[in-house]
Ligand binder design. Sequence first.
Ligand code: E4P
Length: 221
Amino acid sequence: MEFVLDTADISAIKEYDELLNLAGVTTNPTIITKSGKKPEEVIKELVDYLRLDQKLFIQSVSTDFDGIMEEARYICGLRPENTYVKIPVTREGLKAIKAAKAEGLNVLATAIYSADEAFLAALNGADYLAPYVNRMCNYGDGVGQTIDLINMLAAQGVESKVIAASFKSVEQVHELIAAGIQAVTVQPDVVKQMVDHPGTEIAVDEFTENWNKAYGRKTLR
Ligand code: E4P
């Protein structure tokens, strides 16, 4: 199971890369604009920082077939391996996913709002499918649709992996991991909530306090 960080913030990437086993990083155009830096600069930071066994996912910005294909080739050529173009599942995007796979590029189908559009992208060969779990909740049950998608792929023997995205709560991540999802991409604020449970801090403070009271020190020896 792959745990991916959904950010272009290099300091957050370094922080969680030290703490966790990160399988890679996803970005989208909005995430990159939030850095306040030029896109080329952000992309270079990501390429320079990530190990080659960590996956890098960068989204195309053009919305027409030729533009998406040109950007897909550029993105996938940024590193020798494990670099994926994220292509939104519009009509032009679906066409581009099919063509990009025919060229042997690594593709993540993104901006997915239903299990059905994800399934069509899977039939076009997308390596990963990114349902926007929280955004899907505006139209129904985002978690439920994503579980349907996992089941549809398994029932039909289609090999695309689901990388659920757009989480706004730990509960959403939890439910999909429990359902057997292959990958999640989670924003640093939600990862922080998973990592920093207040109960753990309280428990450790209590151990230290009791030890200190009994032995007059805060270390084992
Ligand atoms: C993945 O990289 C998606 O683009 C991202 O999770 C979308 O998140 P948002 O719904 O918070 O914009």
